[in-house]
Design a protein around this ligand. Structure first.
Ligand code: GUN
Ligand code: ZN
Length: 441
């Protein structure tokens, strides 16, 4: 690939966490430009300066008056639940048996897995999500299908086959041994191939025997840079069940500690009902949490106390958790996160929210310096936000005068309509300049 591109527009990204260091972590450059060569950002600055320094040999993409931000990062999502997002009526444990497991059973068929992988990745890109940490199903072929599509689209994607050897339908069960061998074969084939990486994926403690958790730990020891993703402390009934299943562990986080699953590059989804000891342990193991507010509200799990988690200096990224979550949009995910914090008496600014879906997500995935910023040396996965996606949005956003308040209203009201363009490694992949949708691979 030899793409040479200059993107012009208003640039917004973060040099650090604005919730910790304040607003000087917010980097805004009106009428800026990014120079991209072979997929990497090689320079940034005021548009006039950049255009005089790089006068020819580049494709110019003008996004005048639009906001250029880093590609959004979804730290927790289930691609096999794409087809049952917005399923009515249940909380976690019944929702799993009534809605999630039947959808996941269909992924025994590689053709089905491939068809859904195409729809899923297209939906991510249309929503401005350029990287995701993804659950497959128990079937290795589900992850094969997803990686094939992501590779064809050149997406930076992390995924893994679910490990699950009890408390689920027989059609979705593996064993400690088969999950070890299948996960290992997938790591050997896909981990570190192009922009792809593997995540060991024990679904959650209730669906894995201690033997299976030990198999996961063995693979973590063999492959020190693979990811580990699972769920923790999402729903109160689930938490009670875990106490019965693992009476010897101090608590829910404690059982994952005892199993040896917590380290950097381990990502725990939810973490709503954690005690002080668990918060301290997560921090001490350098493990991250994926906060999934649309899911926490949609399946009635509870309110995530982002402030308390931050006070423990835990790294947090945002997750849509589709199909427990009710939107693929990280703008809409911020909308719900803001409301959850309101109910807890906390404020979550638009800058803090956008940080969590960009640099914060990169930090949660141990990818700072690779994605998540408009910085020299970083991969040019980029999103362009449209202040005038609809006549009403144009009218409303014109009423806000500070950058913060305008961005806040856009994130509250916007969704995939507000994504003017998505770029992967400097290549435009969703809406083309004429506004028509590029079909899925
Ligand atoms: N806990 C175990 N499996 C799941 C799942 O598929 N979705 C959610 N939200 N929680 C889970
Ligand atoms: Zn989940």
């Amino acid at each position: 690939m030899h793409n040479r591109v200059i993107l012009c527009g208003d640039l917004l990204d973060f040099t650090d966490d604005p919730a910790v260091v304040g607003e000087h972590a917010v980097r805004y450059q009106a009428q800026g430009a990014l120079v991209i060569i072979d997929g990497l950002i090689v320079a940034r600055g005021p548009e006039a300066e950049i255009l005089s320094q790089y006068p020819s040999g580049f494709t110019l993409q003008r996004h005048t008056g639009q906001l250029i931000i880093p590609g959004l990062i979804d730290c927790h999502v289930h691609f096999a639940q794409t087809e049952m997002i917005a399923a009515y009526g249940e909380q976690l444990l019944t929702w799993l048996t009534e809605h999630a497991f039947p959808a996941e059973e269909k992924f025994a068929d590689p053709a089905h897995a491939s068809a859904i992988a195409k729809i899923f990745t297209t939906e991510l890109l249309n929503n401005g999500t350029t990287t995701a940490l993804v659950f497959g199903t128990v079937h290795p072929q589900s992850v094969e299908a997803l990686f094939e599509v992501a590779e064809a689209k050149n997406m930076r994607l992390i995924a893994g086959k679910v490990m699950m050897d009890r408390n689920c339908p027989p059609a979705l069960q593996d064993t400690a041994e088969s999950s070890y061998h299948q996960s290992k074969a997938l790591i050997d084939k896909w981990h570190g191939r192009g922009r792809l990486a593997y995540a060991l994926t024990p679904r959650f403690a209730p669906t894995s025997t201690p033997e299976q958790l030990a198999a996961c730990r063995d693979l973590m020891a063999e492959y020190p840079d693979v990811y580990m993703q699972t769920h923790v402390s999402e729903n109160l009934q689930e938490c009670e069940w875990v106490k019965e299943l693992f009476p010897e562990s101090a608590d829910y986080v404690g059982l994952y500690e005892d199993a040896g699953l917590l380290r950097k590059r381990s990502v725990l989804a939810h973490g709503i009902h954690l005690n002080e000891r668990e918060l301290t342990a997560i921090h001490d193991h350098d493990t991250a949490i994926a906060h999934c507010p649309t899911s926490n509200l949609f399946i009635g799990s509870g309110l995530f106390n982002l402030k308390a988690v931050r006070e423990h200096k835990i790294t947090v990224g945002m997750g849509t958790d589709v199909g427990g979550g009710s939107s693929f949009s990280l703008l809409q995910t911020y909308n719900e996160a803001y409301k959850v914090q309101q109910l807890l008496g906390n404020k979550l600014s638009a800058f803090e929210g956008l940080y969590l879906s960009t640099l914060g997500g990169a930090r949660a995935l141990d990818l700072e310096g690779t994605i998540g910023q408009l910085e020299v040396g970083v991969e040019a996965d980029i999103v362009v936000l449209d202040w005038a996606a609809t006549p009403f949005l144009e009218f409303r956003l014109a009423q806000s005068h500070s950058l913060h308040d305008k961005l806040f209203a856009l994130m509250m009201l916007g969704d995939d309509r507000s994504i003017a363009a998505t770029y992967l490694m400097g290549e435009r992949v969703s809406k083309d300049p004429a506004g028509t949708w590029v079909p899925p691979v």
